[in-house]
Design a protein around this ligand. Structure first.
Ligand code: AMP
Length: 420
């Protein structure tokens, strides 16, 4: 071990488990690529004000969890705690909303940073794959996003997840509800911090997990009863489209989510095998965000799915992704001359698209064969001076143990045919 360890709240992705992370990213992005979403990549840090304005001063993410810093040049930046604000900032900056048809559909994959109290499933550095559809108000778009996330999880074999769905209203009906809720909450017996929260973000109080708080919340006004007709109709349409698509969801009137920018549709994917950090992904509609960060009115919707927690969910369900061994062929030279020849053959096989590895370091046959076994390779090529004198190598089938000589110039074609 070295003197150094991964910083608190972080961990390294290491083979073979790291292959699951790649597979999860692929599985989540595949339905998006298949549905008109283009890939976007933004910097790992942004102007800190983008997040304080976009995500919201009153959220834990901004007020407590942001890695904010000042550069040597005096710029105030923050490591990104989430993806939506950055993606919208980039889309506006590139004028994507003016360049072509709306919605602008984008997907991303990357690292996010929150100064959280670390626990299982909650880290200071984590990874998300996300989707944003910018510039269109259409219940079918909200439904599309939920259907694609559902498809992603199902394609991984996940079954023990549930979709929670709610509507947070819009700028017409939410303020009316907010005030009614505040009036109700102000009469409760709550601690200082929660009382402060009533004034800045009362909907978040509904999210409080403490049983004594939950008990007092019985009889609280519910947003459902305050939704304006337009929001109600919109929400009904989203629900109908999901049902028609065969996507099962649960109405959850208390689902508010931790970011300020959501309007109307909000949803969360929870997994029942994960304990307290059960949210594997979430998202919703954010019609006001563009204006909040200085852009034009651009009603939009999106989601972000957590890669770390999705991998944990796979493990909780005991799902093996059946990722095939990456190496198909392993080359073991016996002696210096064979080393040079086989190394050349390895490059040829790789150029032909065959995943090949080589016994480096000049170890003996026994050690090299052990490595060949560990690599999961289907075939091993072994050659010594005598084989080479005959213009051949020995091709060994690692499953049956059969071995046969193959002429040097026929090797690539022979291996290709056997693997096909
Ligand atoms: P959020 O932006 O908070 O809605 O997060 C979306 C998803 O990202 C969550 O459902 C989690 O799967 C994942 N996520 C958020 N915060 C963390 C964290 N601290 N550690 C691991 N995963 C996280």
């Amino acid at each position: 071990m070295s003197t150094f360890q991964a910083p608190k709240g972080t961990y390294d992705l290491i083979p073979p488990r790291s292959a699951n992370f790649l597979a999860v990213r692929d599985a989540i992005s595949a339905p998006l690529k298949n549905s008109g979403y283009g890939y976007i990549e933004t910097p790992g840090f942004e102007d800190v004000a983008l997040f304080s304005r976009g995500v919201g001063e009153s959220t834990d993410i901004v007020s407590k969890e942001m890695y904010a810093f000042e550069t040597k040049g005096g710029d105030k930046l923050a490591l990104r705690p989430e993806g939506t604000a950055s993606v919208l900032r980039a889309a506006l900056e590139a004028n994507l909303h003016k360049a072509g048809n709306l919605p602008v559909k984008l997907w991303y994959s990357g690292s996010y940073y929150r100064y959280e109290k670390p626990q299982a499933g909650r880290y200071r550095h984590f990874s998300q794959v996300g989707a944003e559809a910018i510039g269109t108000e259409d219940p079918a778009l909200d439904a599309e996003l939920i259907i694609l996330a559902d498809q992603a999880y199902r394609s991984l074999g996940l079954r023990q997840f549930r979709i929670l769905l709610n509507s947070l209203g819009d700028k017409e009906c939410r303020p009316v509800y907010r005030e009614a809720l505040q009036t109700f909450l102000r009469d409760l017996e709550l601690d200082e911090e929660t009382r402060r929260r009533i004034e800045i973000n009362p909907l978040r109080v509904l999210d409080d997990k403490r049983p004594d708080v939950q008990k007092q919340l019985t009889g609280a006004p519910m947003l459902r009863d305050f939704l304006c007709d337009a929001c109600k109709a919109y929400h009904e349409e989203v629900r109908d489209l999901l049902t028609a698509a065969g996507v099962v969801y649960e109405d959850d009137e208390k689902l508010v989510r931790g970011l300020d920018y959501y309007t109307r549709t909000t949803f969360e994917f929870v997994h029942d095998g994960l304990g307290s950090q059960s949210a594997v992904g979430g998202g919703g509609r954010y019609d006001g965000l563009s204006e909040m960060i200085g852009g034009p009115s651009l009603p939009s919707a999106g989601w972000a799915l957590g890669v770390d927690r999705t991998v944990l969910a796979l493990e909780a369900e005991g799902i093996e992704l059946g990722i095939p061994a990456t190496t198909s062929v392993y080359a073991v030279p016996l002696g210096d001359e064979a080393r040079r020849v086989l190394f050349g053959l390895v490059t040829e096989l790789r150029k032909a698209g065959i995943a090949t590895d080589f016994a480096f370091g000049g170890r003996g046959l026994k050690g090299a064969m052990k490595n060949a076994n560990r690599s999961g390779a289907r075939y091993t090529i072994v050659a010594g001076e005598r084989d080479l004198a005959e213009g051949a190598v020995q091709l060994k089938d690692m499953e049956s143990g059969d071995q046969e000589p193959v002429a040097l110039d026929a090797l690539v074609a022979t291996v290709q045919a056997k693997l096909a």
